[in-house]
Design a protein around this ligand. Structure first.
Ligand code: NAG
Ligand code: NAG
Ligand code: NAG
Ligand code: NAG
Ligand code: NAG
Length: 354
């Protein structure tokens, strides 16, 4: 049996057994931080869950960043669950932070997605906080020198992607850069997948424009570079999750590297997520593998995607039940200016997996 030593809190070292690897996304536990907690003194850092000592240090020297980092942890949780709500694995395990179940502890495809999303989210929120003027250390991103096109001009505030990437990766990668943090293979995998997340974030930077001119003539457009929202980036990462590559850690030349398991002649690219351990099909409950199964999961009878009753229920069939929906209806506009509505009830049929 292999033992890995993992320093979770500055002074507490947890012994983890066997397939459990040291986890570098424990900081996602920050999602549970009391929103009213102030960050005006370094002592506040001690009360945060899931930080390694290097992250504690970053907290103490960058107190003003912490609200953004806590917000990133909340968004990772929300976005992961929304993005996977139509899948058998639905990201519920993220709520267990800082101690995860095996589906996120074993170096699986699912953990690859969560690492990528976490790295993207932390840099995203910091870049956005720069734009809204919430951080003392940064402001708008640099303006390009050439004009965006005829009739267009740069204006407004670019999202400061660079600052977000530098500070974000400093925080989220630091557990993977510690000496005692699990196997080399896992470290390489986690660092790679975090980088894939940041690449997806960079790819989401787009030119956004606003119209000006006499009575909306749009004779002048001012443009800036803005990031797409995290949900869109997560959809991109979900596609990468679906086509992720299984890798092995093996010698290539003088060093051991991660290479695709099946075709070992190709180096892995910064656009693909990689994983070391295969996942179960998540059809049935298996605590050892971190599968909750899909019994009692809602399915969609008319969909032909992954949320369809056939795929979600793995062929076991499904049970219908009735749900009462209460909706606003018969809305009336009153001069001036309010709307009144009635409440209407509607019964819909829903389905859950057997
Ligand atoms: C920090 O903020 C809290 C709550 O707003 C306040 O009670 C405390 O005095 C502040 N501490 C410092 C050092 O400013
Ligand atoms: C299983 O579901 C429960 C309740 O929703 C949740 O707390 C737990 O994290 C889930 N476990 C896994 C492995 O997804
Ligand atoms: C995820 O699935 C579990 C059962 O496996 C269910 O209890 C939970 O409500 C689901 N969570 C979401 C966010 O859909
Ligand atoms: C079920 O799937 C269909 C087709 O994708 C979609 O139009 C519908 O809104 C879904 N229903 C629910 C309850 O999610
Ligand atoms: C679902 O069915 C539609 C129409 O038949 C088809 O265009 C679409 O590709 C199907 N989607 C999947 C996931 O099979």
């Amino acid at each position: 049996m292999r033992l890995a030593v993992c320093c979770v809190l500055a002074s507490v070292c947890a012994l983890l057994l066997n397939s459990r690897v040291c986890h570098a996304i424990r900081w996602l536990a920050l999602a549970k931080t009391d929103p009213s907690m102030p960050f005006n003194q370094t002592q506040n850092c001690k009360h945060l869950q899931g930080l390694v000592s290097a992250q504690q240090q970053l907290c103490r020297s960058n107190l003003h960043l912490m609200q953004s980092i806590i917000q990133a942890a909340r968004e990772v949780k929300k976005t992961c669950q929304k993005t996977f709500s139509d899948m058998r694995w639905n990201c519920s395990a993220i709520e267990l932070a800082p101690y995860f179940s095996p589906d996120l502890e074993r170096g699986t495809r699912e953990s690859a997605f969560v690492y990528a999303l976490s790295a993207a989210a932390i840099s995203h929120t910091i870049a956005k906080a720069c734009t809204s003027g919430d951080l003392p250390g940064c402001s708008c991103g640099p303006m390009a020198s050439e004009a965006p096109g005829p009739g267009f001009r740069w204006g407004g505030c670019n999202d400061n992607l660079n600052y977000g990437i530098v500070l974000g990766s400093k925080f989220s990668d630091s557990p993977m850069k510690m000496k005692k943090s699990g196997s080399q293979a896992n470290k390489l995998m986690n660092l790679h997948n975090s980088e894939v997340g940041r690449q997806a974030l960079k790819a989401s930077l787009e030119i956004k424009c606003k119209c000006h001119g006499v009575s909306g003539s749009c004779s002048v457009k001012t443009c800036w570079k803005g990031l797409q929202d995290l949900g869109t980036i997560a959809q991109d990462l979900k596609l990468k999750y679906l086509s992720a590559t299984r890798v092995v850690h093996r010698p290539v030349g003088t060093r051991k590297q991660l290479v695709p398991k099946d075709i070992d002649v190709r180096p892995i690219s910064e656009n693909e997520l990689v994983y070391l351990q295969s996942s179960p099909d998540f059809c049935t409950k298996n605590e050892k593998l971190g599968s909750n199964g899909t019994q009692e999961r809602q399915c969609n009878k008319t969909s032909n995607g992954s949320d369809s009753c056939t795929l979600m229920c793995c062929g076991r069939g499904y049970n219908p039940y009735m749900e009462k929906l209460v909706e606003r209806c018969h809305c009336k506009y009153h001069w001036c200016c309010y709307v009144t509505c009635k409440k209407c009830e509607r019964i819909v049929e829903r389905y859950v997996c057997k």
